[in-house]
Design a protein around this ligand. Structure first.
Ligand code: NCD
Length: 307
């Protein structure tokens, strides 16, 4: 059971992961609970291999696995520190890891589709921790978990997704998850150069999820239940300076947001949300990231049980 795209989940699987995350979060509140959770996967191993930088995804997966009692073997800069630097293909690298009988492989790669190619040659479950401009399914799960925590539902929401919509993999994966639930409306906010991909529009249409595209930040923010802001994905652009205009939020610009709305961001932020916004109760990005640990614990647990 590989986790490669947010498309693969149905709503009952998502809800099950969230219930498990709630349980694991509850257990983590006491030492007795932590010890109980530690017994769940004692003796198992997770191998994490990241060909692109990461703070939250890699560390939360590794902390999650450790809390579940697993051993963690990790290479954090595989583009330089693995045989990829010598020209080894992702398939060969994956076959080697598969041969070491670990229980789970978590992989991030700079090329869209590379993690799926690795998974295709592995019996060991592989989790996509972000593949280039492709997908980031576990981020979408934790994003949805944060939305559910704030609003108590994943339906009938007006979700504003803004920033670099053409290169951001979290945008594609979150759109997939939102499209699984009825009656959501997505407002994509970007400059023309950074519009959301036609593939995303296609699956939204197919699912009946309504959406619109605009560059009017103020109007979009005013109507939102959820604002999901993203960074310019400079690493995929030839000339980031040429497109890095606009879309910085500060205390003033979020004034128009409803009291009940939340402001999310997959992080890292660069300059698209001013630090002064952090004190606003609607700023949910640090809560969002913190919940990701339990979502990833629940996902590891689920994948191993089913794998
Ligand atoms: C995101 C990613 O790597 O796609 N980061 C993350 O995992 N939280 C978003 C980003 O880098 O902009």
């Amino acid at each position: 059971m590989h986790i490669l795209t947010a498309e693969q989940f149905n709503t009952s699987q998502i809800e099950k992961i969230f219930r498990r995350a709630d349980y694991l979060r509850g257990q983590s509140a006491t030492l007795a609970g932590r010890k109980k959770v530690y017994k769940l996967h004692e003796g198992r191993q997770l191998c994490s291999i990241f060909f692109q930088p990461s703070t939250r995804t890699r560390l939360s997966f590794e902390i999650a696995a450790t809390k579940l009692g697993m051993g963690v073997i990790s290479t954090e800069n595989a583009r330089e520190h693995s045989s990829s630097a010598k020209g080894e293909t992702i398939e060969d690298t994956a076959k080697i890891l598969d041969g070491y009988d670990v229980d789970l492989i978590v992989m991030r790669h700079y090329e869209a589709g590379a993690v799926a190619r690795a998974a295709a040659v592995c019996k060991t479950p592989v989790i996509n921790a972000g593949d280039g401009t492709g997908e980031h399914p576990t981020q979408a799960l934790l994003d949805a978990y944060a939305i559910k925590q704030a609003h108590g539902r994943l339906t009938k929401l007006n979700v504003v997704i803004g920033g670099d919509l053409s290169h951001g993999r979290t945008v594609r994966s979150l759109s997939w998850l939102l499209s699984k639930y009825p009656k959501n409306h997505i407002v994509f906010v970007s400059i023309p150069e950074l519009r959301v991909g036609s593939d995303v529009k296609k699956f939204l249409k197919a699912s009946g999820t309504t959406f619109e595209e605009t560059s009017d930040v103020k109007a979009a923010l005013a109507g939102a239940d959820v604002v999901y802001w993203t960074r310019l994905q400079a690493e995929y652009l030839k000339d980031p300076k040429a497109v890095s205009k606009g879309f910085s939020l500060n205390e003033k610009s979020i004034d128009v947001m409803k009291k009940t709305a939340i402001l999310m961001h997959p992080l890292p932020r660069v300059d698209e949300i001013a630090p002064a916004v952090d004190a606003d109760p609607r700023a949910a990005y640090f809560r969002q990231a913190a919940g990701g640990l339990y979502v990833r614990m629940a996902l590891i647990d689920t994948v191993i049980q089913n794998g």
